[in-house]
Design a protein around this ligand. Structure first.
Ligand SMILES: Cc1cc2nc3c(=O)[nH]c(=O)nc-3n(C[C@H](O)[C@H](O)[C@H](O)COP(=O)(O)OP(=O)(O)OC[C@H]3O[C@@H](n4cnc5c(N)ncnc54)[C@H](O)[C@@H]3O)c2cc1C
Length: 380
């Protein structure tokens, strides 16, 4: 076993951290308060190659792997979870589904533009009536001459309002159950395809989350992604990687909260001493640092397994479950260590506290992660 990052990975972490400090940190509060989508920053991340970390160079990617990808998501989220989730939805959901299931023509047409940041991507599985039970998809794709006619709507799609490309699932054969759902690629501007209501959220407010609506939207066969009827199964495979993103997002937000709490505990004096000298505060810091380490071990194990081409359904769900639950706890303690100052916006921890909650919900709630892990354990 090897628990060391390579020199290149350490260099990458430093470079992303510097970028985040220079380009993101000064704007975090304003973006959050006014729900400003940081489009310019996302474009720059594309130019720097950070949107294509996990894809081969022939598609404009950096030819790296999931460890490097997790480092990128972690370091961006340490400063702003909104940027982390935008990049995660773009890369490990939209782009990766196209990379894994797409034809060569689709990869050349879409993936090359997604890795460069020319296109922003989104990925729509969740519907108002089909959340955890995603196989309950109601959006339909019906054959109409030589085209597909798509009707329905999706909810909670990250990047919906800024996406040039959307991968969405629709029922093509109702009797086929999980094998009756297909994936389609929608381009911005296609008649009958549009973003709907943008949600006003508790956290991650600079990321845009909202509806995607299909009304009599006609698509040619060239827009079918993967085999007909295999869109849901491909989605589950895509989510195995996606869960590593949410684990990395959790770690990044938790690290930001921990760093702020550690610093504050050394500066804040009560009873004539820095509060870091009180054992009660030290124990909080110890528990926070220990859970952060444990989260990283689970997450980077799953990332390494993906890089080795292994199936990670169990390991990525474990990483996501543990890291997200731990991160919520870490952010909570970070606010507690700040006392009343943790509750006001002059300090960064209140935002970490709000942002982090999504991690136990998005890409499968903690309850669903336990269900996924239980199935794997019982199968073994
Ligand atoms: C900010 C944000 C961004 C998102 N981005 C995307 C995106 O880009 N693309 C996308 O497709 N989706 C996205 N989602 C949707 C997200 O994945 C879903 O919200 C999530 O899967 C839960 O579905 P739901 O909200 O319908 O909750 P429900 O499924 O209604 O769950 C409600 C509660 O019931 C529990 N529950 C449900 N079924 C079971 C069960 N069998 N056993 C035990 N407990 C159960 C859940 O754990 C939860 O506690 C996003 C959501 C948010 C909030």
């Amino acid at each position: 076993m090897d628990f060391e990052y390579t020199a290149e990975q350490i260099h990458l972490r430093r470079a992303v951290r510097e970028f985040a400090q220079a380009e993101i940190a000064p704007h975090v509060l304003e973006w959050d308060e006014n729900q400003i989508f940081p489009l310019e920053v996302i474009k720059k991340l594309g130019q720097l190659g950070y949107l294509g970390a996990i894809f081969p160079e022939e598609y404009g990617g950096a030819g790296l792997g999931y460890i490097e990808y997790a480092i990128i998501i972690e370091e961006l989220s340490r400063v702003d979870g909104s940027v982390g989730i935008i990049v995660a939805a773009h890369t490990s959901l939209c782009s990766n589904h196209i990379y894994k299931a797409g034809s060569e023509e689709q990869k050349q047409k879409y993936l090359t533009k997604l890795t460069s940041g020319e296109y922003i991507g989104c990925w729509s599985l969740t519907e108002p009536e089909a959340g955890s039970d995603a196989a309950g998809t109601r959006t339909t794709a019906v054959r109409d001459d030589d085209h597909w006619r798509i009707n329905g709507s999706k909810t909670f799609t990250t990047n919906a309002h800024y996406a040039d490309v959307c991968v969405a699932m629709a029922v093509t054969d109702r009797a086929g159950a999980q094998h009756g759902i297909s994936a389609f690629i929608f381009e911005k501007g296609t008649p009958g395809f549009r973003a709907g209501k943008k949600e006003n959220k508790l956290g991650l407010r600079a990321s845009a989350t909202g509806e995607v609506i299909f009304s009599d939207c006609r698509l040619a066969d060239s827009q079918l992604l993967g085999k007909r009827g295999e869109g849901f199964i491909d989605s589950l495979k895509t989510l195995d990687g996606g869960r590593v993103s949410i684990a990395a997002l959790s770690i990044g937000i938790a690290q930001g909260a921990y760093d702020a709490a550690l610093k504050y505990s050394k500066l804040r004096k009560q009873f004539g001493r820095p509060i870091s000298e009180f054992q009660a505060i030290q124990h909080k810091l110890v528990d926070m640092a220990t859970s952060l380490d444990a989260s990283r071990l689970l997450t980077y194990r799953a990332a390494r397994m993906i890089d080795k081409g292994q199936r990670v359904t169990r390991e990525s769900a474990m990483a996501k479950l543990f890291a997200s639950e731990a991160a919520v706890q870490i952010a909570n303690e970070a606010v507690q260590i700040h006392g009343g100052y943790g509750f006001i916006k002059d300090y960064p921890v209140e935002k970490f506290y709000r942002d982090v909650k999504l991690c136990t919900i998005g890409e499968g709630t903690s309850e669903i992660q336990r269900l996924v892990i239980a199935r794997q354990l019982l199968k073994d």
